[in-house]
Design a protein around this ligand. Sequence first.
Ligand code: COA
Length: 164
Amino acid sequence: MKNKITAVYPGTFDPVTYGHIDIIERASQLFDEVIVTVALNINKKPLFTEAERKDMLKSVCRKYKNVKIDSFSGLLADYAVKKKASVIVRGLRAVSDFEYEFQMSLTNRKLAPKVSTIFLMPHEKYTYLNSSLVRELSKFDGNIKDFVPAEVIKRLKEKRDRGL
Ligand code: COA
């Protein structure tokens, strides 16, 4: 019998965008189980709390039956081993992503040799997108409907109304 392949897709997801969802959908078609996991101990000051980021991910990923939402702190390599994942999924949007991703994937391989990083390319219409851009546009009431789902627009508006 074929072994079940579990993949983890880590990120800050502050907030999740259509670019992330594009990667999640592709991964869900390739692997038996995909754990989308919110990184907590990174050197960023997220706008959204852990619970808010997970809630948005749960809401937008409901239709993918083999996708679970989680969070982690500590090393990604340790987390992947703990979850019995053999794959780490990362999105590659442009050449500028490559150097950082290359370093990260080799480090993770050193730490967890049985876990392979696989890069997926989102649709080209999302190659320039990132969460900071979405946060900035929302802050000044720019149109973000092509970048994030309605649920995320609503949450961003709540933050804006609170002056955040
Ligand atoms: N579509 C749109 N935007 C995307 C995207 C996609 N497909 N893929 C990435 N991005 C954006 C994100 O929105 C984010 O934007 P922002 O910086 O404006 O908020 C940016 O690209 C960075 O992407 P993200 O996937 O969130 O990566 P990260 O660099 O914030 O986090 C971790 C990388 C969490 C995987 C890494 O820091 C980690 O593993 N940390 C755990 C500790 C550890 O193990 N360290 C050693 C690693 S070798």
